[in-house]
Design a protein around this ligand. Structure first.
Ligand code: SP5
Ligand code: ZN
Length: 342
């Protein structure tokens, strides 16, 4: 399978993440990509190609311009304001406050555009996010041109990023940007299947009122799992999008057989949806030893996941999302890709 990668994804190296009340070294690191790449190379799983630069137009097809401008300028403005550490939101337009005005100051704008405090903005964040969406666009363009599967080694991940919000380590929604490209290339309907441990709240929000993208997500029950405020089974879409969102929240520690049952159900719905292309938001934080997640997939289960994804029989692009057990991340991703091609 052709693999898309850009060294520029490593331009983001954040130093701080607010985790369990402490500032820690972020779980989402450039080493994740390095280790996956090394492993895919060692197994000779496919040619590795650097994507071209696709510019901002495909980003603006998904994200609001003011949000993109905020991301592009945040770090410089944060520094100019004399702040010592990385840019982390500490105030939001929470339920009792006004959410209809964008503050002028960078500290207020951070809260306006952030959906979580786990994600700092720092030097290189915007450039890495640009490289990450280029990786996604390169991969989906290849699949659109050839019908062959492709893997985009996206990083930072994308599925928590909404039309005008970042968080959960995500800035641009790579899967949504890729789906929009497929639609503008003439596909009538696209499916996005999100198998990351966390709910793909951003992808869901972007397509929630639309019937040209079917979105399915299997994830930790939001009543006990980040992002907490999205991903319940009764979220099924609105307006034209009614019935084009499917959520499979599962409890922490869920048996793998039940997770696989949700996968089969989601794939069946995708096949029924009339989708002409499948984009997989491939998080491997469902791994049994993931440090921040609570599912129990083994190395072998990732191979089975790859086989079942292939059984849908659709042109498929897989895009990297989460996965924080870095010592095992290469094995788990390679397991999916080799299962897919079996
Ligand atoms: C792309 C992706 O996987 N993003 C995940 C972002 C999760 N960030 C917040 C994690 C909160 C984890 N809390 C776990 C408690 C264990 N003590
Ligand atoms: Zn995740």
């Amino acid at each position: 399978m052709l693999i898309f990668h850009s060294d520029d994804t490593s331009l983001r190296r954040a130093r701080t993440e607010l985790h369990d009340g402490a500032l820690v070294e972020p779980f989402e690191s450039p080493e994740r990509v390095t280790l996956i790449l090394e492993h895919l190379k060692a197994l000779a799983l496919g040619e590795i190609r650097r994507p071209p630069a696709y510019g901002l137009a495909p980003v603006l097809a998904v994200h609001e311009e003011a949000y993109v401008n905020f991301l592009a300028t945040c770090w410089a403005r944060w520094q100019a304001a004399g702040n010592a550490g990385e840019a982390i939101a500490n105030i939001w337009p929470a339920r009792t406050l006004r959410g209809d005005r964008v503050p002028e100051a960078i500290g207020g704008q951070l809260g306006y555009y952030a959906l979580a405090a786990d994600t700092s903005i720092t030097a290189g964040t915007f450039d890495a996010a640009m490289a990450s969406k280029d990786v996604a666009l390169g991969a989906v363009s290849h699949t659109l041109a050839t019908r062959d599967p492709s893997f985009g080694l996206c990083r930072p991940p994308g599925h928590h990023a909404a039309s005008d919000q970042f968080g959960g380590y995500c800035f641009f929604n790579n899967a949504a940007i890729a789906a929009e490209r497929a639609l503008s290339a003439g596909k009538q309907r696209v499916a996005i299947l999100d198998v990351d441990f966390h709910h793909g709240n951003g992808t869901q929000q972007i397509f929630y009122a639309r019937d040209d993208v079917f979105f399915a997500s299997i994830h930790g029950d939001p009543s006990v799992t980040f992002p907490y405020f999205s991903g319940y089974a009764d979220e099924t879409g609105v307006e034209r999008g009614k019935g084009f969102t499917a959520n499979y929240p599962l409890p922490p520690g869920v048996a793998v057989a039940r997770w696989m049952g949700a996968l089969d159900d989601a794939l069946a719905r995708i096949c029924q949806s009339g989708a002409e292309l499948l984009i997989v938001s491939l998080g491997v934080d469902t791994f049994e030893n993931d440090p921040i997640s609570a599912f129990c997939l083994t190395h072998a289960d990732f191979n089975i996941l790859g086989q079942r994804l292939a059984s849908a029989g659709l042109p498929t692009t897989l895009l990297m999302e989460g996965g924080y057990a870095v010592a095992d991340i290469g094995v788990n991703v390679a397991g999916v890709l080799s299962g897919f091609e079996r």
